[in-house]
Design a protein around this ligand. Structure first.
Ligand code: PGA
Length: 263
């Protein structure tokens, strides 16, 4: 399927790493290293405490701001939570929902993930909806069924006209932070399934415009191969996004792939 209908996105997921005081030097280094190519949207999903500093440090709009989760609730007595409206007020562009760590540690269910995504869309932000199978599910041959279920469950809360603003990230749980990456073929198979699910639910035009990312130990050595796959439009990068030198090389890999496609 032709990639020209959708955005290439490289999103860094800092998780609970780096201090607020490290944001400015990071942003300066990344701005100096960023490849000139405009083929790729770059986003940094940082802790809530870092968002305002990141916004000030970036100075231009070449890098989008992202957060890592959002409350299910709109406002009120929810101690410790951050609402979609608060993030929109800080001009956040992307918000990760349903990351396997949030599913594991905060008990987020597939239905919660869909409701969070809908709340973000309502406020004009794009959710990065994470799905992925465990090692046990992969070994038992359940990967495709599980992913299909997760995508449909999340999509069930999302209004049809907003589906194309969603980003889906395929993150096999066994590949996250382990140094074990899915092979390009394994990742492609699942990303193709995700697009087929969207196609069957929302039609071919919507399916071809939704960006699907791969995440799980992506780095500058394996990015090119993964990003060359027809249904992988970008990456959600954890560990390798913490160093501007490494992260900028992954951004460069998108430009290389796009350059090849244009030849
Ligand atoms: P990783 O994390 O790149 O460190 O494996 C990816 C993620 O969890 O989003």
């Amino acid at each position: 399927m032709n990639k020209k209908y959708r955005k290439a996105i490289i999103a860094g997921n800092w998780k609970m790493n780096l201090l607020p005081s490290q944001v400015k030097p990071y942003a300066e280094e990344l701005r100096n290293l960023m490849p000139k190519s405009k083929t790729c949207e770059v986003a940094l999903c940082v802790p809530f405490t870092h968002i305002s500093t990141l916004r000030r440090s970036l100075k231009d709009n070449r890098i989008a701001i992202g957060a890592q989760d959002v409350s299910l609730y709109e406002k009120g007595a929810y101690t410790g939570e951050i609402s979609a409206e608060m993030l929109a007020d800080l001009n956040v562009n992307y918000v990760i929902v349903g990351h396997s760590e949030c599913r594991q540690y905060h008990g987020d269910t597939d239905i919660d993930v869909g409701r969070k995504a809908a709340a973000l869309l309502e406020k004009g932000m794009s959710p990065i909806i994470c799905v992925g199978e465990s090692l046990d599910q992969r070994e038992r041959g359940l990967t495709v069924d599980h992913i299909r279920y997760q995508v449909l469950a999340a999509m069930s809360s999302i209004p049809e006209e907003k589906v194309r603003q969603c980003v889906i990230a395929y993150e096999p749980i066994w590949a996250i932070g382990t140094g074990k990456t899915a092979t390009p073929e394994e990742a492609q198979e699942v990303c193709e399934t995700i697009r087929a699910v969207i196609r069957s639910k929302s039609g071919a035009r919507t399916a071809r415009s939704v960006s699907i990312l791969y995440g799980g130990s992506m780095n500058s050595s394996n990015a090119f191969e993964l990003l060359s796959m027809p249904d992988i439009d970008g990456g959600l990068i954890g560990g390798a996004s913490l160093k501007p030198s490494e992260f900028s090389k992954i951004i460069g890999a998108v430009a290389e792939v796009t350059g090849e496609e244009q030849k």
